[in-house]
Ligand binder design. Structure first.
Ligand SMILES: *Cc1c(COP(=O)(O)O)cnc(C)c1O
Length: 363
């Protein structure tokens, strides 16, 4: 199956902008006539430093990161940050965590190794199908920070508001960063694994209020100490050079089509097509409750596991790949990241309609 015939709905690693990949292809063997690939360059070379600084400047501009905050390009995935955050920020030893899905639950459990975790909410009572309202969040008064995950990749819910907690806000934006404008100044720390919406796997972006650095627990490894990493400009050790280069290419594409504001319009349009159909469908139901639905990862099912499997199989044969839901959630999941063309979503909805017409009576 060739690239032209495929729509990749993977939750991550996932679809990247074609122009970003083509630029990488053109520059793969000989970057700007320097005689080598970006993959082969010293991270201390002037050539790479320019790539690094360029990507950082583009990200700063795309998200309007204020001068109070520093951008770090790290390794270890989002998962390493589950530990780095408490090690650096649990200064008095307690933090509040909103558990609205799998990754926030994992983050909270990891934080329990380093201090007291207060559970601000837990949406597992309804299968993580919703995001609590502001009134539904409790925050312990002694918290050093309030932690939440903006978009729940597995269950398909997304926070539609920034919680007001009176505490330093820490947010996992792995699966919706760069999909809408965000007021970075409201956050103490934002982080995201790059492989969902930005670049290949291997890069984690951390955006941190510099005032929060310098208070890490003494046991904190240097590679996880934000203060050390800020002072070394992410180059305490070798950074994920290729991924940083690729993020630069993605950001060029993002800017060329109107930045995060345009992305927000596009994401609503893409997701709207699928949810509108799901709401009128007699075969499929959306997992997430209205008002909490993710525009990035749409979770749905027929209610019949065999039929779900048949749907995934037939979609795959038609070039719509990776629609199987995460193993802990079941059903189907269509991930509609920034680089997913509208045409891909229209093709999916057309297929869902056809499948429904053929299988309605079976259910
Ligand atoms: C994928 C994902 C993670 C885990 O990312 P890794 O880079 O694999 O550690 C964490 N949080 C969210 C929201 C995710 O989507």
């Amino acid at each position: 199956m060739s690239r032209e015939k495929v729509y990749n709905f993977s939750a991550g690693p996932s679809v990247l902008p074609e122009s970003a990949l083509l630029k990488a292809q053109q520059e793969l063997m000989d970057y700007k006539s320097c005689g080598m690939s970006v993959m082969e360059m010293s991270h201390r070379s002037k050539m790479f430093q320019d790539i690094f600084d360029g990507t950082k400047a583009k990200l700063k501009s795309a998200l309007r990161v204020p001068d109070t905050h520093e951008i770090l390009f790290l390794q270890g995935g989002a998962t390493l940050q589950f530990a780095a955050i408490p090690m650096n920020l649990m200064v008095t030893g307690e933090a509040s965590y909103a558990v609205t899905g799998n990754f926030s639950s994992l983050a909270a459990k990891e934080a329990e190794k380093y201090g007291r975790v207060f559970y601000a909410c837990d949406t597992s009572d309804r299968g993580h199908s919703y995001i609590p309202a502001q009134e539904g969040i409790a925050v312990s008064p002694d918290s050093d920070y309030f932690y939440y995950c903006a978009n729940n990749t597995i269950y398909g819910t997304e926070w539609q508001y920034i919680p007001e907690t009176g505490k330093t806000l820490v947010c996992d934006m792995s699966s919706d960063i760069l999909s809408r404008p965000v007021d970075v100044s409201k956050f103490g720390l934002i982080y995201a694994g790059a492989q969902k919406n930005m670049a290949p796997a291997g890069l984690t972006v951390v955006i941190i209020d510099k005032a929060l650095a310098g208070k890490a627990m003494p046991i904190t490894p240097n590679v996880m100490d934000y203060d050390v990493l800020i002072k070394k400009d992410s180059m305490l050790n070798t950074p994920p050079c290729w991924c940083i280069y690729m993020l630069g290419n993605t950001l060029d594409w993002l800017e060329s089509i109107g930045g995060v504001k345009a992305m927000e319009g596009l994401k609503r349009e893409r997701a709207g097509l699928v949810y509108d159909f799901l709401d009128e469908s007699e075969l499929f139901t959306a997992h997430a409750e209205k008002g909490s639905r993710s525009d990035m990862n749409i979770t749905f099912r027929t209610g019949n596991e065999e039929l779900d499997a048949e749907f995934v199989k037939e979609a795959t044969a038609r070039g719509m790949l990776n629609l199987k839901g995460h193993r802990i959630a079941g059903g189907m999941r269509a991930s509609l990241y920034n680089a997913m063309p509208l045409e891909g979503v229209k093709t999916l909805v057309e297929f869902m309609k056809k499948f429904e017409a053929e299988h309605r009576c079976i259910k």
